[in-house]
Design a protein around this ligand. Sequence first.
Ligand SMILES: CC(C)(COP(=O)(O)OP(=O)(O)OC[C@H]1O[C@@H](n2cnc3c(N)ncnc32)[C@H](O)[C@@H]1OP(=O)(O)O)[C@@H](O)C(=O)NCCC(=O)NCCS
Length: 171
Amino acid sequence: MPAAKFVKESTTIMTEMVMPNDTNTLGNLYGGNLMRMMDVAAAIAAQKHSNRIVVTASVDNVSFVNPIPLGHVVTLEAKITRAFNTSMEVIVEVYSENIPAGTKTKTNQAFLTFVAVDQSGRPIEIAEAIPETEKEKELFDHALQRRQLRLVLAGRMKPQDASELKTIFNA
Ligand SMILES: CC(C)(COP(=O)(O)OP(=O)(O)OC[C@H]1O[C@@H](n2cnc3c(N)ncnc32)[C@H](O)[C@@H]1OP(=O)(O)O)[C@@H](O)C(=O)NCCC(=O)NCCS
């Protein structure tokens, strides 16, 4: 197995300004554009962690809490929460900043799962990710529950095998 890496080693910050072409008819960032940015930021973090080609295996639910208006600066912070065998969970947190007004608000977040693959597209083993901060440790601790939930919902794990979700499925 490749040598473990700290979460901070692959943390990725991506910044972009919302331009007219990116907006919906209300003048806010179009949701599909934001999802694309989230996928790209998370993929970069996953590549940095694994030093491999990565493919998106899943995106957990994305809620758009606050709109991001034209002219605002979008900042996406992508971090590995936990690496498993060939897959890793990445959290992307999105902020909207009005620089002239001096305001910055969190607009949404999502968990994405990437799988590292070889040149033929076959999954390949990756390094462990070591959390350091309290927040990183908390994200790490709950990642197994989220993984089992998404695998059950994707039909890739039987509910009875979801050891971390006994209270939901096996009560
Ligand atoms: C993701 C993919 C590589 C998995 O391949 P597979 O042959 O099913 O491989 P496996 O069953 O060995 O699973 C490999 C890993 O993917 C994870 N995985 C598979 N489907 C998943 C899903 N829906 N959600 C989360 N993780 C998933 C497995 O849990 C496993 O993780 P682990 O090794 O850390 O335990 C394959 O389904 C694929 O290539 N999908 C298309 C990806 C794509 O084109 N994405 C969009 C463009 S980038």
